[in-house]
Design a protein around this ligand. Structure first.
Ligand code: SAM
Ligand code: SF4
Ligand code: SF4
Length: 340
């Protein structure tokens, strides 16, 4: 069997799979699921629409065979999906998965961390945008205190889900004045902090370029207080630009998808909760695998659909973001749907 990864039109291999296990979330982050839109009457996917663990595992096995070696579980909030540990156990058994990780808002980690570790999760990323209570509550739609997430991070550390990564989205005038505090805290704790430029994902967060704090500016602010030196990317398709503290006390990462796009090495495929694959975070359309799966397609049939989809891939949205175009584009998929 040919085990080299499949390649797209720019010769980019398939290497990473992000699985969104639910479109639901217990937070209402203003930049992702603003409460005005995702209110009581919002229609989330029904249980029947969402892939079962068996279906996710079967698709993952095929996608891993086509090249994916890193698998990340995301959402919505993955920990609101009941018995997620069972899925991890199933995914862990797939030959070829080198790294099994999960991105969470951390809220349910105090009760879940140990079970996740026992199920075979290697590492975890927890999102925490600020240590300032007022700022954080504003950003998460008043759904959680800072302490609740800190308790979750401690639980993950105690369970051995290390090295712990912390994701922080930075928005100008919202939390940019708190980035140095967050960096100092993460440095003291030995966590790898990654700042994410606020992105124009989805269609509902009212994104404006003025709200983006360029990665360069974030680095300068931290460097002024705690000197940093460039450390490059760990591997070619790594999304974060890394900086090391000059005193040897750890590192930070910058995910500069707006100001320094990294489409050239993008090897990520995303699987949505209802079984569509997306070849770009900013795609308008996915390719459905659930209908063929439920209609009795063989693994080979499904493999052909995935091969074709990746083979035709031309995505490089972030590199084209600022090109003038007269053609209005179709609405993009939402972040809470495919999980970043
Ligand atoms: N609920 C989990 C969480 O928040 O960690 C996992 C899903 S969430 C969609 C994945 C990551 O996307 C989070 O770190 C979140 O902060 C980030 N994110 C969401 N909307 C974003 C946006 N508009 N720009 C940049 N990052 C965003
Ligand atoms: Fe939920 Fe994560 Fe989106 Fe926040 S970023 S609303 S925690 S899915
Ligand atoms: Fe990959 Fe699309 Fe992001 Fe470019 S814009 S890095 S192709 S997901």
């Amino acid at each position: 069997m040919d085990d080299s990864p499949i390649r797209d039109t720019f010769h980019r291999p398939l290497r990473d799979l992000r699985i969104s296990v639910t479109d639901r979330c217990n937070f209402r982050c203003t930049y992702c699921m603003p409460a005005e839109i995702f209110g009581e009457s919002y229609q989330f996917l029904s249980k029947a629409q969402v892939l079962s663990f068996e279906e996710i595992t079967r698709l993952t096995r095929i996608i891993v065979r086509l090249g994916a070696v890193k698998v990340r579980i995301t959402g919505g909030e993955p920990l609101v999906r009941q018995e997620l540990e069972k899925l991890l156990v199933m995914l862990r058994q797939i030959d070829g998965v080198d790294d099994l990780t999960l991105t969470t808002n951390g809220y349910y980690l105090p009760q879940k961390a140990q079970a996740l570790k026992d199920a075979g999760l290697n590492r975890i990323t927890v999102s925490l945008d600020s240590l300032d209570e007022t700022v954080f509550r504003h950003m998460n739609g008043n759904r959680s205190s800072v302490q609740k997430v800190l308790d979750g991070i401690t639980a993950a550390e105690q369970a051995g889900l290390s090295p712990i990564k912390i994701n922080a989205v930075v928005q100008r005038g919202v939390n940019d004045h708190t980035v140095v505090d967050l960096a100092r805290w993460a440095k003291d704790k030995g966590y790898i902090l990654r700042f994410i430029e606020y992105m124009d994902v989805g269609n509902r967060n009212g994104w404006r370029m003025d709200d983006v704090v360029p990665a360069k500016e974030i680095v300068e602010r931290i460097h002024a207080v705690m000197p940093l030196e460039e450390a490059g990317r760990s591997y070619k398709s790594e999304v974060a630009l890394r900086y090391r503290y000059a005193d040897g006390g750890g590192e930070i990462g910058l995910i500069a998808s707006v100001t320094m796009p990294f489409c050239g090495a993008c090897s990520r495929m995303r699987l949505s909760p209802e079984g569509q694959i997306f070849t770009c975070l900013f795609a308008s359309q996915g390719t459905d695998l659930r209908d063929p799966l439920r209609a009795g397609a063989s693994d080979d049939d499904i493999e052909q659909i995935i091969r074709r989809t990746w083979g035709e891939r031309v995505d490089r949205y972030s590199e084209l973001r600022f090109l003038e175009t007269d053609t209005p584009r179709d609405p993009k998929v939402e972040m809470y749907h495919i999980g970043g």
